[in-house]
Design a protein around this ligand. Structure first.
Ligand code: NDP
Length: 271
């Protein structure tokens, strides 16, 4: 069956930005498929069909995209929202921890993109919207693997956009600043704590928790995602919220030494 309404998939729609996005896309007129690793725990959302998905699993990704194609006959928009954080100094994170972050935040995006692209190319139309972060643009001490994963999403998305544009498909980036969700509570803690980093790690944990708690509402990010999904002439990058907009601009225009010092000051690091 092919529906006449546009169809959007939102990964990680059980909470936070994904949930707000799924609801906003319904309001914008889309048939929305939201995903969670465990849909049995989901509170139903009006207009959203939930499917189980673990973006770290090839099989799960293949399965979910096939189900959407079988049920709806088309995929117009994919929002790669699922993601996790990892706190602590980089040396305090085992490689296995960093690999889990990449498997979700980076390879999860690639798995989903590769799976939907044949369908989008066949129709000569589609948008893949990848959740980056201001930490895809700037350094994030005590969130190094996370920042590396979002920088990877930036490089992958911008490159892929060049490849698929002539096939009618666009790949777009949404870059939120701190957003008030369960992100910080859901972040993984370092598995090999080292005394030498403890004092600064505690400060960094507070800085991160405050940025999330005092951050934008998830609806602010959802608005940027809906704009990316519907703008007649979409932009490659959408910052979400005033803080993210300022940081993105400053990153481009402030001399690197000044920017470096600002990062240390913001993170309350000595020297
Ligand atoms: P949440 O922790 O509230 O949401 C994360 C979502 O990801 C959950 O719905 C979870 O769904 C899903 N998820 C986690 N692991 C997997 C997996 N292996 N497979 C499929 N889904 C998974 O955080 P946010 O809403 O804040 O985060 C959403 C995105 O926004 C992330 O990519 C994050 O990096 C980004 N972001 C967040 C910012 C913030 O300050 N909050 C700032 C900048 C970017 P479930 O558990 O149901 O499977």
């Amino acid at each position: 069956m092919t529906t006449v309404r546009q169809v959007a998939i939102v990964t990680g729609a059980s909470s936070g930005i994904g949930k707000a996005t799924a609801l906003s896309l319904v309001e914008a007129g889309f048939d929305v498929v939201g995903t969670s690793r465990d849909t049995s725990r989901i509170t139903p959302l009006d207009g959203v069909t939930f499917l189980d998905l673990d973006v770290a699993s090839d099989e799960s990704v293949t399965n979910v995209v096939q189900q959407v194609v079988d049920r709806f006959g088309r995929i117009d928009v994919l929002v790669n929202n699922a993601g996790i954080g990892l706190t602590g100094a980089a040396e305090e994170n085992s490689l296995a921890q960093a690999q889990v972050v990449f498997d979700i935040n980076v390879f999860g995006v690639m798995r989903m993109a590769k799976e939907v692209l044949p369908h989008m190319r066949a129709r000569g139309d589609g948008r893949i919207i990848n959740l980056s972060s201001i930490y895809g643009l700037i350094p994030a001490p005590y969130l190094a693997a996370y920042a590396a994963s979002k920088h990877a999403v930036e490089g992958y998305s911008e490159s892929l956009d060049h490849e698929v544009r002539e096939h009618g498909v666009r790949v777009l980036l949404v870059e939120p600043g701190g957003t008030n969700t369960g992100f910080e509570a859901n972040s993984t803690r370092p598995d090999t704590p080292i005394q030498a980093y403890e004092k600064q790690r505690r400060i960094a944990d507070k800085v991160i928790a405050t940025a999330v708690r005092d951050g934008d509402a998830p609806a602010t990010v959802a608005r940027a995602i809906v704009a990316a999904a519907t703008d007649p002439k979409p932009k490659l990058r959408y910052t979400a919220g005033p803080m993210a907009g300022r940081i993105s601009t400053l990153r481009r225009i402030v001399p690197s030494k000044v920017f470096y010092n600002q990062i240390r000051k913001y993170n309350r690091m000595a020297g």
